[in-house]
Design a protein around this ligand. Structure first.
Ligand SMILES: NC(=O)c1ccc[n+]([C@@H]2O[C@H](COP(=O)([O-])OP(=O)(O)OC[C@H]3O[C@@H](n4cnc5c(N)ncnc54)[C@H](OP(=O)(O)O)[C@@H]3O)[C@@H](O)[C@H]2O)c1
Length: 254
């Protein structure tokens, strides 16, 4: 497929490498212009483009930019064909992304993203750390293969997103409609915990929206206060522990 990836950072460049290796024709863009990512694009088997051209030329567009940057992308998405699936990898962290107009009133983070881009989105790859995405993919059928949730409306877009998640080395799990996408947002047991299929399905069911934000902020406070003291494995262990706490746990009620 013709796959466009907006954002050439830790997630975007890794997806470019994996999807090129899987045989897709990948275009890659950033905010500073194609000449600034030529090497990254070439190394990942992709071609660097301006975002506007990338969006026009792709059958599916993956958006992987900082959450607060999403409103800037709307002009590039205006007028593109409805058949183009748009997949968003983003997460919102208030200490990092600041206060954003309309977000508090949005049903989910993904509904806000959809409103910023002016078209429906699917949510995928948001719930895996960049290191796990780069290093832990496995071929289909492998016993230890990590599963990733894919949420969104529309069967065709969902099928494309699930096929691409599989191509990057992970078992795609249909996590329901965009209304259900909060279950894979930060603070929930399915978020960045590297689970296999059965455990991920259970984790999505166990999500508790009332306490997810407290858990998200607890983990973020610990990790970002001392980022250089945490390896990715430490962050995974911390997330697995905190995201599975119950609402009455003293750690959530200091
Ligand atoms: N890192 C993780 O472990 C992780 C895990 C899951 C999900 N995510 C989410 O995935 C998204 C990307 O994360 P990341 O870690 O890959 O970020 P990153 O390494 O900081 O890279 C961000 C990329 O977005 C580009 N960008 C910024 N503003 C843009 C704009 N207006 N138009 C086009 N490109 C723009 C940047 O290009 P310039 O440098 O040219 O500005 C850069 O290439 C975020 O929403 C994040 O929350 C991250």
């Amino acid at each position: 497929m013709d796959v466009g990836i907006v954002g050439a950072g830790k997630i975007g460049a890794t997806l470019a490498r994996k999807l090129s290796a899987a045989g897709h024709d990948v275009l890659l863009s950033n905010s500073r212009g194609p000449e600034t990512i030529r090497e990254i694009a070439t190394a990942s088997g992709a071609v660097a483009k301006h975002t506007e051209e990338l969006v026009r030329r792709s059958q599916v567009v993956i958006v992987s930019v900082p959450f607060s940057e999403l409103p800037r992308l709307k002009p590039a998405f205006s007028g593109i064909d409805e058949s183009v699936a748009v997949i968003d990898t983003s997460n919102y962290f208030p200490f990092r992304d600041g206060a954003l107009e309309g977000l508090a009133d949005s049903r989910t983070e993904s509904h806000w993203v959809s409103a910023q881009l002016g078209r429906p989105v699917l949510k995928a790859w948001n719930s895996i750390l960049a290191g796990s995405l780069a290093e832990k993919g496995l071929p289909g059928g492998a016993h230890a293969r990590i599963a990733l949730p894919v949420a969104g409306d529309g069967a065709e877009g969902k099928a494309i997103a699930m096929m691409l998640v599989d191509a990057t080395g992970f078992d795609p799990i249909d996590a329901g409609s965009l209304d259900e996408s909060w279950r894979q947002e930060p603070g929930n047991p399915a978020y960045c915990t590297d689970l296999r299929t059965g455990d991920l399905e259970l984790a999505l069911k166990q999500a508790d929206r009332k306490i997810a934000i407290r858990k998200r902020d607890l983990v973020a406070d610990k990790v970002f206060a001392a980022r250089d003291q945490y390896t990715d494995e430490d962050i995974l262990d911390l997330g697995r522990r905190i995201y599975s706490l119950t609402a009455d746990d003293p750690e959530l009620n200091p």
